[in-house]
Design a protein around this ligand. Structure first.
Ligand SMILES: NC(=O)c1ccc[n+]([C@@H]2O[C@H](COP(=O)([O-])OP(=O)(O)OC[C@H]3O[C@@H](n4cnc5c(N)ncnc54)[C@H](OP(=O)(O)O)[C@@H]3O)[C@@H](O)[C@H]2O)c1
Length: 307
């Protein structure tokens, strides 16, 4: 691929960049000439994805980092590594995500796995990297959600980690609804503090052929016929990456914040899925769970540019 610098070079972290949509996001951003930090969980897979991006973009400012984001302790270690390794950070793309089987599983730290990776990790990582993002003249937080939030039914706000009402569809759908709500709260809180140099947006990539369902299909084979029927309508991972790339780097969306995007356009949101009370309850829940991991990083809104 030939290099096409379309925007001023930035330093951009893409989580879950060892495969699927994240790897394609990293490739396009590298082709655009940015410094790209590729995060993955598996060391070999991440370093080979990084080598592949360097080879196909011709950009050598591409770096690999490894962390298991299902564990808050690892998110903390990873965030510190990023803060210390890079002089600046302009864009955080919270892309890593997972989907599991029809039986509820918990992490070593006791959290429902889907919630831990898809909701808690972006909340904690975004908080821990805010000090770095604050220093950027123009920072962006882009978080990958999913249209699946509409398939999970009414949110169970008294059973956030689904101790009683677990199902694969609920766990995945709610985790993507909650992470979107958290990003709306980040946006509202930054705006309320008068911060002018950080935008926060959520994106959905559309159905794309990636490794996302490999674990859920292995553990819940009843899903296989549905996926096979749906396959002709699915896009490539590269196509799925377009909106993430657009929100991470396009000058057309400079200053735009607080929206949900798909196909590089703001999406019309059904008001049934908007709930300020729900957003606050999820924020408070995540803030309480993450409190022990946030104590040494005061969110330095004072360092941000304010109106
Ligand atoms: N594909 C779709 O149709 C679709 C639709 C809507 C939304 N999304 C969202 O798009 C994002 C990217 O998913 P994808 O479809 O590209 O799936 P994917 O191919 O499975 O990629 C997911 C990435 O996240 C990483 N990851 C998973 N669990 C992790 C953990 N515990 N710690 C650190 N990294 C972890 C994976 O690492 P490994 O390689 O080690 O597994 C991989 O790099 C996800 O947030 C997903 O929910 C996808």
């Amino acid at each position: 691929m030939t290099r096409s610098v379309t925007t001023e070079p930035k330093t951009i972290l893409v989580t879950g960049a060892s495969g699927g949509i994240g790897k394609q996001t990293a490739l396009t951003l590298a082709v655009q000439g940015h410094t790209v930090i590729m995060h993955g969980r598996n060391p070999d897979k991440t370093s080979s994805a990084c080598a592949w991006v360097i080879e196909h973009s011709g950009n050598h400012n591409v770096h690999a980092h490894v962390a298991d984001l299902s564990l808050m302790s690892e998110v903390v270690r990873f965030a510190a590594e990023i803060r210390e390794s890079y002089e600046s950070l302009d864009v955080l793309v919270n892309n890593a995500g997972g989907q599991f089987g029809s039986s509820r599983e918990t992490t070593e730290e006791g959290h429902e796995k889907t919630f831990a990776i898809n909701t808690l990790a972006p909340f904690l990582l975004t908080n821990l990297l805010l000090p770095k993002l604050c220093e950027s003249p123009s920072a962006r937080i882009v978080t990958v959600s999913s249209e699946s939030y509409r398939q999970a039914g009414r949110p169970l706000l008294d059973d956030i980690e689904l101790k009683h009402g677990y199902s694969l569809i609920r766990a995945y759908g709610f985790s993507k609804l909650y992470v979107w709500w958290l990003m709306r709260q980040f946006d509202a809180r930054l705006k309320a503090a008068g911060v002018t140099n950080i935008t926060v947006n959520t994106v959905e990539p559309g159905s794309a052929v990636t490794g996302l369902q490999r674990e859920s299909l292995r553990k819940s084979p009843f899903m296989l016929p549905l996926v096979i029927l749906w396959l002709p309508f699915m896009r490539t991972a590269r196509h799925g990456a377009r909106t993430s790339v657009y929100m991470a780097s396009s000058p057309k969306v400079e200053g735009v914040s607080g929206e949900f995007w798909g196909n590089c356009r703001p999406k019309r949101i059904d008001p049934r899925w908007v709930s300020t009370d729900g957003e606050r309850r999820i924020w408070d829940y995540c803030a309480a769970v993450c409190a022990p991991y946030l104590h040494d990083v005061a969110v330095p809104l004072s360092q941000c540019r304010t109106a």
